[in-house]
Design a protein around this ligand. Structure first.
Ligand code: PLP
Length: 404
């Protein structure tokens, strides 16, 4: 089969139907632009769902990947390797954490975090302390444990029986957490900004009250920063904006800039509970992914890039607000840094996807976050010209939706 024969129709013939990909097939990318099979160009405001932190084919990442590809790909954790140790050292130096576990995805990083929380409680307090509390509308991954901790029933429906001992409180509502938390709680899990759930930031006051309740009940606080981490909000991790420090933090998505890698960060005291043999991964911490991630981290964790995220955030938000004063299709424009959500008004309720389809026609990639929110998660270093051009195309997309 030649490349020419590969069409979107083939997807429906050979793939499990769990995705509904767009009509076109992108074939190459550079910076914040992507081209499809017909060489049509798109501005990428989606960033591969907050993954492509340095855009597409960033020269430093291409160099890191090819350099490592010529050296050593894989050993398994029977041996350690230099890139993994260097990356772990950088993550420890840059955050509250003292220990790192590497995985290959966000879901796996969370799986490790939830298992560690259970094991830590089991070690120190016995088997009764196993309950996990998370929040409605949260998203933590697609493994059976992580969809169960996630607060969206549609993702567990039909997959029961699910793991037990998991409860869901109302986000940004401390009383609802107070009603559920007890000495049986081993961990409280939350996203500092709910991403998939519609770009809902946590109030900083709420986060400090959650921290206090966790301390009172000797429960660990787990921050899922898989979407908010690695510079997305203008700080290396979103917890740094709030001053509330977790015991465990998970990071993935942007960490590899498109190379699959995830990590769980923890304090030394907590990490001790994952003793030899308790958990593992064949590919976790492989030299290819770790070398890409260490180079990416060196670039992102600089005032230049992080301040740039804040400036670009203002530019993008201002542009979206200007479009909205013209067209009035959104009730709310929110988010931090380059994780921005536009909640559609009553007329378009449940139909945020219309804007995604219209944008694609206009040469623009955007995302949705649930049925009511159009989401933007572009490259952290997207050029200002591309923001402006993307906004222009988004304006045309809104016009097209209104004309339907
Ligand atoms: C994407 C995401 C995950 C899952 O990550 P995968 O790499 O898809 O397994 C978990 N938590 C949050 C907050 C996410 O945004």
């Amino acid at each position: 089969m030649s490349d020419q024969a590969v069409s979107r129709e083939l997807f429906d013939q050979v793939m499990v139907p769990n995705y509904a990909p767009g009509k076109v097939i992108p074939v190459r990318g550079q910076g914040a632009r992507v081209w499809d099979q017909q060489d049509k160009e798109y501005i990428d405001f989606a960033g591969g769902i907050a993954v492509s932190a340095l855009g597409h084919t960033h020269p430093a990442l291409v160099q890191a990947l090819t350099e490592q590809a010529g050296k050593l790909w894989h050993l398994s954790n029977v041996f350690t390797n230099e890139p993994a140790l260097r990356l772990a050292k950088k993550l420890v130096d840059a955050t509250f954490a003292e220990r790192v576990f590497f995985a290959n995805s966000g879901g796996e990083a969370n799986e490790a975090a939830f298992k560690l929380a259970r094991r830590y409680a089991w070690d120190h307090f016995g088997p009764d302390k196993h309950e996990i509390i998370s929040f409605k509308d949260s998203f933590h991954g697609r493994t059976l444990f992580t969809v169960t901790v996630g607060g969206q029933a549609k993702y567990t429906e039909g997959f029961e029986p699910v793991p037990g001992g998991i409860h869901h409180a109302q986000y940004n509502d401390i009383e609802s957490l107070r009603a559920l938390i007890s000495d049986k709680t081993c961990a409280v899990v939350l996203e500092p900004i709910q991403g998939e759930g519609g770009i809902h930031p946590a109030d900083h006051g709420f986060l400090s009250e959650v921290r206090a309740l966790c301390d009172q009940h000797k429960a660990l606080l787990v921050f899922d920063e898989i979407q908010t981490g690695v510079g997305r909000t203008g700080s290396l991790y979103a917890y740094m904006n709030s001053g509330v420090v977790p015991d465990i933090l998970t990071t993935a998505k942007a960490l590899g800039g498109g190379f699959p890698i995830g990590a769980m960060l923890a304090t030394e005291q907590v990490a001790k509970s994952l003793a030899v043999g308790t958990h593992g991964s064949t590919y976790g911490g492989n030299p290819l992914g770790c070398h890409v991630a260490e180079v990416l981290l060196d670039i992102v964790d600089t005032p230049e890039v992080l301040n740039g995220v804040r400036e670009k955030s203002q530019r993008l938000k201002a542009g979206l607000q200007a479009l909205n004063s013209q067209y009035g299709v959104f009730d709310d424009i929110r988010g931090e840094g380059l994780l921005i959500g536009c909640e559609v008004n009553e007329t378009f309720k449940g139909k945020a996807r219309l804007f995604l389809g219209a944008a694609l026609e206009q040469g623009l990639m955007v995302l949705v976050a649930g049925p009511d929110v159009v989401r933007f998660a572009p490259s952290l270093i997207i050029p200002d010209e591309d923001i402006d051009e993307g906004l222009k195309r988004f304006g045309k997309s809104i016009e097209a939706v209104l004309a339907q």
